[in-house]
Every structure is written in structure tokens, then in C-alpha cells.
Design a protein around this ligand. Sequence first.
Ligand code: TPP
Ligand code: MG
Length: 275
Amino acid sequence: MTSRELALTANSIRQDIIKALVEAKSGHSGGPLGLTDILTALYFEVADIDPKYPWKETRDRIILSCGHYCPALYSALAHRGYFPIEELLTLRKINSRLQGHPHLRSVPGIENTGGPLGQGVSLALGIALALKLKGNPAHVFCLSSDGEQQEGEVWEAYNMAAKYKVDNLTYIVDYNHIQIDGPVDEIMPLEPLADKYRAFNLHVLEMDGNNMAEVVKTLRKAKNHKGGTTMVVAHTIPGKGVSFMEGDYHWHGKPPNAEEAVRALHELEVIHEKI
Ligand SMILES: Cc1ncc(C[n+]2csc(CCOP(=O)(O)OP(=O)(O)O)c2C)c(N)n1
Ligand SMILES: [Mg+2]
């Protein structure tokens, strides 16, 4: 797909995130909207996956460590054809397959159970090592948030990834500068983040995580890198596409109300026309 087609797809995925959240009356808005371009690039262009054979042994694995971002994961999976788009409106309902945090294999394509911050970063390393041992050529992409970098567990994983030169693994950190209680830079600053990863002997790339052409190019480069684990620092805008959500940590864990959803969908429609 071209970058324009991917950007249009990302816009549609965002619209369905808003629709699911307003229907659920709870859930996370900011992070998911910011990560949508990266998820779109992975599921529609970079990762070797096929919704017709969701558990094929050699599929690339996409691990969402920051489980609260799942409205974006669900919407991307539905748009890619893993399950019906209408099902997105069951988000967080009792007995729905789409709970507030993802559950392994609850729908085809969900590769891990998430929620406890940091855990998926270790899990992805284990999966990548196991694939290597089995001679399986699949690549593992692990998406995590900046808030997760405050968990000690992730640094243990990076240490080990570097030691074993796990080059079938790409970490992507969504550096959106917000967390639950405020700006990351105030709550627990991470800077100099890229230098910290370099000091851990990771192969570091940086990208504008909301620029589709740059996202695709960088993720391809990461996937093809040999000899060590790549860490992609993705600079993103939380709430991307909805002006009153962008950059504001208050939208970390809040859904739009009915009136806000109408405004958000209108803004996304306007952007859609301009892409
Ligand atoms: C181990 C653990 N501690 C605390 C939480 C509660 N929690 C959920 S999301 C979140 C904020 C994390 O920051 P980030 O992922 O950067 O948030 P966002 O960018 O989505 O606002 C916290 C503290 C959790 N899910 N797991
Ligand atoms: Mg964050």
C-alpha cells in the first residue's frame, strides 16, 4: 500500500476507536490514537501476517505490552479482517471478546495478555529467543509505552536482548510524553532515553511515529537489521487527530462523551478529506 492509502486506513481505524470508546463509556483514548499510525504500518505493510491463517507458525508476532492501548489494536485487527468491524462496539461489555485489556487469543491475532505494564517487553524477548531456537524465521515486534520504561523489568529484558544479540526482535517505544497522572517529564523523566538504550547496546532508531512514510521506512529498517535488537523510539502525539485530546494527559484513560465523540469524528472526517 502507498503511504497515502495507509494514512487513510489509519484515519478509519481512529474513527472506529472513537465509536467503540463512546459506546463503552470507558476506556483509553490518548495512547491508542497516537499509536494508530504505527499499528497500521505493521498490520498492513511491514509485518508478515495473514488474517486468513492467524496462527500460522511462521507469522510475525505483534506484542502489545501496554495493554490499555487495546482499542487501537482491536480496531486495527478488525480493519485488517481478523474479525467483524461491528464487533468493536462490544468493547468492554460483559462477555465481549474485546475486554478493557487484551486477552491471549480472545480473538484471532491477539498474541498476548496485557495490562501489567512492562510484562510484554519480557514476554516478547522470550518469544523471540524461542523462535530463534526453533529456527523459525518470524520477527517479533513489541510495542510499549513511555510509562512502561519506568518499570525495572524492561531494563532486565534489554540487558538480555543485547547479550544474546536477539535480532529477530524489534522494540518500539511510544514516546508520547504522557502517563496516567501527568506529563512523563514531570512524573518520572526518562531523558536521555535514546542514549540509555544505546548504553544498553541496543541498535537505536528514532522516528516521527505519526508520519506514515517515515514509520514504514523505519520499521522495515528495524526488521532487516542483523546482529542485535533494534529499539525504535517513536515520537508520537497522544490523542492524534482530535484537537482537544492531543497532548493532554487527562485523556489517558477517559472516553469521549456523546457530544465530544461527534466533534472528534467530524475532525477526523475533515482530516480524511485532506489526506
Ligand atoms: C505494573 C502496573 N502498574 C500500574 C498500572 C496502572 N497504569 C495503567 S496505564 C498507566 C500509565 C502508564 O503510562 P503510559 O503507558 O505512558 O500511558 P499513556 O501514554 O497511555 O497515557 C498506569 C500507571 C499498570 N497497568 N501496571
Ligand atoms: Mg505515555
